[in-house]
Design a protein. Structure first.
Length: 214
């Protein structure tokens, strides 16, 4: 890798690590890992930041809504699907829960991404369990939480407080009667405008949007 590309990668990691710190303020997030071009080191100046987000079971649509809302406010979220249009913005194209921790690569490129993904923030025990479930991608995955890019800060008091109030019936009502149905309808309209190909999953256990696999 040439010097210019190494410098770009280093600068992008600094920006991504700074953005990843904000995930601790968002409820129902278990952990976040860098994927895509950042994981494999194939970046350019226009590269965005693909992330894999694990959320609490039964709150996937609520968590996705809060992630989109929060990072829209701080201008840290990619807002369109045009390649290269959102440098240094987060791309939320894959949400999972504990039931879908075992990853299934779409092709050889996604297999390489899973082998090299980098945990950025979250519950260390859950990350280790997740990595163990995906140990087929290489023994090195078990050591990733020792990476200096991993943020071990605890979840914020605000996030914990919201989780406390939304952990039972109120949270179930919002997820199953309001946020979930609205999100599914919006996603249905959005997906209808996309060309076929890649892999799209919309369930209560996983949300994946990879339209143009490399």
């Amino acid at each position: 890798m040439n010097t210019k590309k190494l410098l770009a990668l280093d600068l992008k990691w600094k920006k991504l690590i700074k953005l990843a710190d904000f995930f601790r303020f968002i409820p129902f997030i278990d952990f976040v890992a860098a994927t895509g071009s950042m994981a494999v080191g194939n970046v350019n100046e226009n590269s965005d930041f693909d992330v894999l987000i694990s959320v609490r079971r039964g709150r996937i649509f609520t968590a996705r809504y809060m992630v989109n809302f929060f990072f829209s406010i701080i201008h840290g979220r990619r807002l369109d699907d045009v390649e290269g249009s959102s440098p240094d913005k987060l791309c939320f194209n894959h949400f999972i829960t504990e039931n879908t921790w075992e990853l299934k690569p779409l092709n050889s490129y996604s297999n390489e991404i899973y082998k090299n993904m980098v945990p950025l923030w979250g519950d260390e025990e859950k990350i280790k369990n997740f990595l163990n479930k995906n140990s087929a991608y290489g023994d090195s995955m078990e050591k990733l939480t020792e990476d200096l890019r991993f943020n071990s800060k605890n979840k914020s008091f605000i996030a914990k407080l919201i989780e406390f109030f939304l952990k039972n019936l109120l949270g179930d009502f919002l997820e199953n009667k309001i946020i979930g149905p609205i999100s599914k309808k919006r996603l249905e309209r959005y997906l209808a405008s996309k060309s076929k190909g890649g892999r799209v999953i919309v369930t209560g256990e996983e949300l994946e949007f990879h339209f143009n696999p490399k």
